[in-house]
Design a protein around this ligand. Structure first.
Ligand SMILES: [Zn+2]
Length: 116
């Protein structure tokens, strides 16, 4: 059975306050692996931690974090994130003049260029 990618976060404070990436076989497995980390960050309880399955992102997330989807479940406490907005999980990061940025931030650069 292949691992799936889950984003774990506290449903009250939301993913921006801290989210970990977990590769596991089910949402329950993912929660078991990662909820204590979310608790350390936000002080939340097990019941408030949600595991959001990321089916369309898991391929490139696994590649980006060097995870083999055929291996054991594991947590990535600090996934590679955008150097500007510090978010992760939306799209593969793009290298842009020495920075790793997400698509949204890269698009902002394009817009700025067009306005010049
Ligand atoms: Zn960004």
């Amino acid at each position: 059975m292949k691992l799936r990618a889950y984003m774990l976060f506290d449903c009250e404070s939301g993913p921006c306050e801290g989210a970990v990436l977990v590769f596991a076989h089910s949402a329950m497995d993912a929660k078991r692996l990662g909820w204590r980390t979310i608790k350390e960050w936000t002080g939340t309880e097990y019941l408030n931690v949600v595991a959001r399955h990321m089916p369309s992102e898991q391929g490139w997330l696994a590649a980006q974090e060097g995870v083999d989807l055929e291996s054991e479940p594991r947590m990535i406490g600090s996934p590679q994130c955008c150097d500007r907005c510090e978010l992760w999980g939306t799209a593969p990061l793009i290298q842009l003049s020495g920075e790793s940025v997400c698509e949204t931030c890269a698009d902002e650069d394009d817009d700025a260029y067009l306005e010049e």
